[in-house]
Design a protein around this ligand. Structure first.
Ligand code: IPE
Ligand code: IPE
Ligand code: MG
Length: 236
């Protein structure tokens, strides 16, 4: 059934281009990541202003574990700093933090800070900020299939019970609506193993600029572009 587009309920962002932003300035890649954290703050603020319910940010992919150890360490340190510094602000802004991905793979210290921030903000209501960390869509889908097979082999379900709703209920995003709008920065036309199941009918908006240059006005622009789209969901 076609739907008149209004404001998206859920925006997902592939925050790409931190390294190139830094390189352009003759800075180390970690400086690009540091600058990118500021864009996160701007986007949270913009989503709050627009009354958007969910913002999912691709912060670290399963494949990003293949990067040099020093870059991974810098990214984890940055995430820890973000969690330490932003928890108060999230409380003030009524933002609830959640995480999706293979969280067990994160260093213990990072995981602990993440858990603390998630628990502290659990009752906040205005905006749910979902961080995709050590996230890979194929891993997520594989895990869902594995949990269904396990239930079947232990006699809890049959092949006929497996519907798309049941499958979706086994994904990390089981309690999060599908994104309506997906944004990627740095001009790459690919989805890089991000929310493959969930973005089936999302509208895509690609920005040429690098993530550290992305701000509130860009998010507003993406939402405006979304509102001009005609979502058809396969109908007329
Ligand atoms: C995005 O920027 C941040 C992460 C993937 C962690 P990149 O680090 O991918 O920057 P580019 O794409 O190499 O410029
Ligand atoms: C996607 O960016 C992952 C994140 C933004 C965290 P990448 O830079 O890792 O993706 P590719 O390598 O360009 O596909
Ligand atoms: Mg990249």
């Amino acid at each position: 059934m076609p739907e008149t587009p209004t404001t998206p309920k859920h925006i997902a962002i592939i925050m790409d281009g931190n390294g190139r932003w830094a390189k352009e300035r003759g800075l180390p890649r970690r400086e690009g990541h540091r600058a990118g954290a500021e864009s996160v703050r701007e986007c949270v603020e913009a989503c709050k202003q627009l009354g958007i319910g969910y913002l999912t940010l691709y912060a670290f992919s399963s494949e990003n574990w293949n990067r040099p150890a020093a870059e991974i360490t810098a990214l984890m340190a940055l995430l820890e700093r973000f969690l330490d510094q932003k928890a108060d602000e999230m409380m003030k802004q009524d933002v609830r933090l959640q995480a999706i991905g293979h969280i067990e793979r994160l260093p213990e210290k990072t995981r602990k800070k993440l858990r603390t921030a998630i628990e502290r903000t659990a009752n906040n209501k205005s905006l749910t900020l979902v961080l995709a960390l050590s996230y890979g869509s194929r891993e997520e889908i594989t895990e869902a299939a594995r949990s269904l097979v396990k239930d079947a082999s232990e006699g809890r379900l049959t092949a006929a019970d497996v519907t798309k709703e049941l499958f979706a209920s086994r994904l990390y995003t089981h309690d999060i609506p599908d994104p309506d709008l997906m944004i990627r920065t740095s001009g790459e036309m690919r989805v890089s193993n991000f929310l493959l199941w969930q973005i089936s009918y999302a509208e895509l908006v690609i920005f040429k600029k690098f993530w550290p240059d992305f701000g509130q006005s860009d998010l507003f622009e993406a939402v405006e572009e979304y509102s001009r789209r005609h979502r058809r969901f396969g109908g007329l």
